[in-house]
Design a protein around this ligand. Structure first.
Ligand code: G1P
Length: 289
């Protein structure tokens, strides 16, 4: 049973400055809900009951968001706004959420290593706190758990990207074992087009067996002089089975300006309360361009 999730949310969010100067990029809202809340909801919908967030300086708003808000709850109760009261309470009741501080920005691998003590000796999932993935057949984290239950090895969500974009991602080298599942032979962080063994990119959701921590402990700084999770995966795959899942669904990168705009529009179009008005406005607006 996979019960624990780790959500790294310590990065600076430099692609989204100045919005991220004093507020965490993970708190950027899509419509009316911060990105990280959707991420936690995905974990919970996948059966996760225990979440560890790795946070850094300037990230206190995340803690506040998942804490109880007695004064706000009292005000909503007085106003008989029961619907919002239930929504607000649900945020702090979703799961057991814990926090650990990454004091220096030493990369994603170092952030994950901070979870070692909390995770202990069990398989766990990682959801990057600034990226949404929407599964067509259930949450993507749940899709990873299903693959783990079948193949009994670590599993990483993979997405096909255009060849010119491989240098932005971790890329897998492997062989297909089914329509959707790849047995990994190697992982390469941000390769050039020439170096890339495929165009299947690591897409911000991972499930690891606990041995990943042994490899992270031995990993030296790599790309950008940071401890890269992909480098630890590269060593681990030599000794432990690792798989990639070409998940059914879509990934939204919120740390990117265009990604943020598109996601808000798509989520607006999927919201029954906003959909019709938004379509009318978009049509009118585009015609006038
Ligand atoms: C990180 C990982 C990379 C992965 C990407 C998207 O990169 O290092 O392997 O493909 O997330 O999940 P970053 O976006 O932090 O540069």
């Amino acid at each position: 049973m996979v019960k624990k999730a780790v959500i790294p949310a310590a990065g600076y969010g430099t692609r989204f400055l100045p919005a991220t100067k004093s507020s965490p990029k993970e708190m950027i809202p899509i419509i009316d809900t911060p990105v990280i809340q959707y991420v936690v909801e995905e974990a919970v919908a996948s059966g996760i009951t225990d979440i560890l967030m790795i946070i850094g300086k300037g990230k206190r708003a995340i803690e506040e968001h998942f804490d109880r808000s007695p004064l706000l709850e009292e005000t909503l109760a007085q106003k008989n706004n029961t619907e919002m009261l239930a929504k607000i309470r649900a945020i702090s009741d979703m799961a057991n959420i814990h926090f650990v501080w990454q004091k220096e920005m030493n990369g994603l691998g170092d952030a994950i290593l901070h979870a070692k003590h909390h995770v202990g000796n069990e398989p766990f999932v990682i959801l990057l706190g600034d990226t949404l993935v929407q599964g067509e057949d259930g949450p993507v984290t749940k899709q990873l758990i299903d693959v783990y239950n079948k193949y009994k090895g670590s599993v990483v969500a993979l997405e096909e990207v255009k060849p010119e974009l491989v240098s932005r991602y971790g890329i897998v080298d492997g062989n297909a074992v089914s329509d959707k599942v790849i047995k990994a032979k190697n992982w390469i962080e941000k390769p050039s087009i020439e170096e890339a063994p495929s165009n299947l990119a690591v897409a911000s959701r991972y499930l690891f067996t606990p041995e990943i921590f042994d490899y992270l402990e031995k990993t030296l700084p790599g790309k950008n002089n940071e401890i890269q999770l992909t480098d630890a995966m590269r060593e681990m795959v030599k000794y432990h089975p690792m798989y990639g899942l070409k998940f059914n669904g879509k990934r939204y990168d919120i740390g990117d300006k265009m990604g943020f705009l598109k996601t808000n529009i798509e989520f607006g179009l999927n919201d029954p309360e906003l959909r019709n008005e938004l379509i009318d406005w978009l049509k009118e607006f585009v015609e006038d361009l």
